[in-house]
Ligand binder design. Sequence first.
Ligand code: FAD
Ligand code: NAP
Length: 552
Amino acid sequence: MNTPLEKQVDVIVVGAGFAGLYALHKLRAMGRTTQVIEAAGDVGGVWWWNRYPGARCDVESLQYSYSFDTALEQEWQWTERYAAQPEILAYIQHVADRHDLRRDVRFNTRVESARFDPARERWVVRTDAGAVFSGAHLIMASGSLSVPRLPDIPGIQDFKGKVFHTGSWPHEGVDLTGLRVGVVGTGSSGIQAIPQIARQAAQLTVFQRTANFSIPAWNAPLTPQQQQEFKAAYREHRARAREVGTLYEFSAKGALDVDARQREAEYQRRWDKGGVNFVHSFNDLMVNKASNDTISDFVRARIRGIVKDPAVAEDLCPYDHPLGTKRICVDTGYYETYNRPNVKLVNLRKTPIERFTSNAVRTSDAEYEIDVLVCATGYDALTGAVLGIDIQGRGGLTLREKWAHGPRTLLGLMTAGFPNLYIVTGAGSPSVLVNMVVGIEHHIDWITDCLTWLEQWGRTTIEPTVQAQDRWVDHVNAAANATLLPMANSWFLGANIPGKPRVFMPYAAKIGIYRTECQAVADKGYEGFITGGPRAAATKAATTAAAKEVSQ
Ligand code: FAD
Ligand code: NAP
């Protein structure tokens, strides 16, 4: 029986960022009726929410863009090497206008629950506005970094000043002129915002728990010639990006294969060019700790060279994780900011925050009065948005129960017991480890190819087997363990969220390898997946497998 007032479509998509919009565009072209549901007031995803001063991409603009619209990639003029948030948002809005996408998006609406109805083989989705939608397929394009996390610091509710999170920055902007500002958090967001805030605020106090490695962006306007040269070879560049993610200059040598002078020269050459390319100076930096020590030492020496006060410089030097094992940061004048007279660094490892008072942050040795607190404290990454929805699959199995000990997927795309539920750039896929627009386009193409295949073969449901899923989870763990990545307490592992299971979530393989693995599964008739016949009731095998998994 239909739920009253239920709007029925072929496919429901949660989220209208890069992923949701491309999904809608493709599904429409395939003739599938689609409803996108988006909590924000417009398209853009993270670029709609993250309006903090200094927000910009750290994958170069010409690459951090869709490849599917080949005319647009020629027409669109990026103004800077790394576009700022307003320009990226304008680009996504332009894509929505150009392809008339907004008419199928329900904005200002949050999905609260999704239940699979096995009798109808449909997902029934309920929103915070009380609306009900149903679709044969449900695509979670809800983002990997879309659930901002405020710090659990005692007394924060007593603080009477304004509190902002970088990931939900007010649209009207925040005038910090003449104010005493505190920033908690020195990841990519904090490192971008701090230099900008320092210019406005009367006094800026940065509360740093973990020092991070940051590489200069050397951001600059893109010249017409740079654009023309890149655009002339766009097809080749896009094809290469599908293999490697971002077009860095990859090295064929290990860091210890050359002498110290050559190594230093290579690090300096790349430092002078700027950006994440630096991390690819040698091919073993992410697998060999001794090699990594050489690049980590190089950056620490640069920090000491930039920051005039040696004690502050030392506090800014990361020692507790190898370079690159936390997401590397890219900055404009970050370390230089600490030479300003109005900026103070508080090392929370030495003097932890004890509590907030109504007008200050109290650490173990001092009290810092502030008018405004900026939390650049990150996200409940990868699983936060998906688990934020009460998702119920076959036999009443909820995703929250199933993933209580960490996410389990096949290819990062689907999970056993949840037929026709697709997750874009989810845990178990390269996701946040690569240029995410490349990963997003790949996932949407895989999902839409899968829908076409199901139709061709008269199948109505698809979901992984538990066995194939278990093998994939082992494979993802092995890939991470072959690198230095698990050595950091990073959000890749869920370490930033108290109580979150510590599982290395992204798949640490080159995206080209991953694409080949995904294609091989499809070519073998979706090997590792169970498919159901036309309007068949839930297959016995799938139900038994899901039930077995709950009882494990
Ligand atoms: P998002 O852009 O996160 O969009 C998901 C949308 O889903 C959001 O708008 C959210 O409101 C909505 N949503 C979530 N849950 C619900 C719900 N229950 N109901 C309704 N709507 C919901 N990646 C790079 O590759 N390069 C970069 O330079 C880069 N820079 C970044 C800078 C910042 C500040 C941040 C936060 C991330 C950055 N990223 C970068 C990663 C970024 O997440 C991806 O590049 C990309 O924008 C993700 O697009 P998406 O559509 O998958 O998700
Ligand atoms: P993040 O990397 O998770 O950094 C959060 C920071 O807040 C860390 O320094 C963390 O310290 C600190 N923190 C959290 N809780 C705290 C507490 N209770 N007390 C003190 N400090 C606390 O988050 P993010 O900077 O928002 O970046 C998240 C990801 O988004 C990035 O890694 C990147 O993928 C993407 N991003 C990209 C860009 C870009 O340059 N294009 C910009 C912004 C974001 P600990 O490390 O000790 O936990």
